[in-house]
Design a protein around this ligand. Structure first.
Ligand code: UTP
Length: 290
């Protein structure tokens, strides 16, 4: 079984980032020189996936346009002899095969993934959240695919968080297996109340799921916050088939959150080949004058 398709839900309202996200999708906010979503699509491409399915909603067409060919811009850049820039733009539209499915109401992440059922069919697939960025040596998606090749079951990417932050995440409990940073999941809980778990293994926005998740989501009733929670369906999938959790190598940024976004700009800016050195010197000067 091979993972050929990646679902990227981008239909959320982005309320944490208002007013910036009133007219612009949060996935289109810029990190250095490209929108957040482009980094995620590039991660998928670098991991060898064949097709991306965006789960979109009203007001998100800028995302589809970004990965489309723009005839007008192409003609203008050719006329102005801006060849390199023109090629760079064309490369974005040629990155990978992309299709979009509409989530008609923002009923939660579980519901967003369920809307992809007819495009995915009966095969395992990857999910990457449209505002979760991972800076790593090996693309995070590839790290998950490598584990999938070994275990052939669903996988969630996890990171350790401070205990007091566990109520903000889906938390997994599990038993360590004979492989670095990998666990067999025993329990999962969405945004646990303080003191209800002693695990600090938080689920972040990368998953590989077996197609049985769709029949489970069919029957999943609204949970925390009145939304169809993916975590509830993941727990059912864990009981039905089993699930692995992998502490990935890399640093994750929640770019849909103001502080996470600022941290991402600094981290990606410092690694930028043309801007990194200058930015570092500037930051050092700014910090020294505080
Ligand atoms: P978030 O929890 O970040 O929700 O969703 P949100 O609505 O986008 O943002 P806030 O919390 O209001 O600021 C995680 C991912 O799931 C998608 C989002 O687009 C994001 O990629 N999502 C969420 C959907 O596609 N549909 C939904 O109904 C909910």
């Amino acid at each position: 079984m091979q993972v050929r398709k990646a679902v990227i839900p981008v239909a959320g309202l982005g309320t944490r980032f208002l007013p910036a996200t009133k007219a612009i999708p949060k996935e289109m906010l810029t990190i250095v020189d490209r929108p957040t979503i482009q980094y995620i699509v590039e991660e998928v491409v670098a991991s060898g996936i064949d097709q991306i399915i965006f789960i979109t909603s009203e007001g998100k067409s800028a995302i589809e346009n970004h990965f489309d060919f723009n005839f007008h811009l192409d003609a203008v850049l050719k006329e102005k002899k801006k060849v390199v820039l023109g090629e760079e733009l064309n490369n974005i539209s040629n990155l990978i095969d992309i299709v979009s499915v509409r989530q008609k109401k923002p009923l939660g992440l579980g519901h967003a993934i369920w809307t992809a059922r007819n495009v995915i069919g009966d095969e395992p697939f990857m999910v990457l959240l449209g505002d979760d960025m991972v800076l790593s040596k090996t693309p995070c998606a590839k790290q998950l695919l490598d584990l999938f090749d070994e275990v052939g079951e669903s996988i969630v990417a996890i990171q350790r968080v401070p205990m007091e932050e566990t109520p903000q995440y889906g938390i997994v409990e599990g038993d360590k297996i004979d492989r670095d940073n990998t666990y067999k999941v025993t329990r999962m809980v969405e945004k646990p109340a303080p003191g209800t778990t002693d695990s600090n293994m938080a689920i972040i926005g990368r998953y590989i799921l077996m197609p049985e998740i769709f029949t489970i989501l069919d029957k999943t009733t609204p949970g925390h916050g009145g939304e169809i929670q993916l975590t509830d369906a993941l727990l059912a999938l864990t009981k039905q088939r089993g699930m692995y959790a992998m502490e990935f190598e890399g640093t994750r940024f929640d770019a849909g959150d103001k502080m996470g976004y600022l941290k991402a700009i600094i981290a990606y800016g410092l690694r930028h080949p043309a801007l990194g050195k200058q930015l570092k010197e500037h930051l050092q000067k700014v910090v020294a004058t505080l």
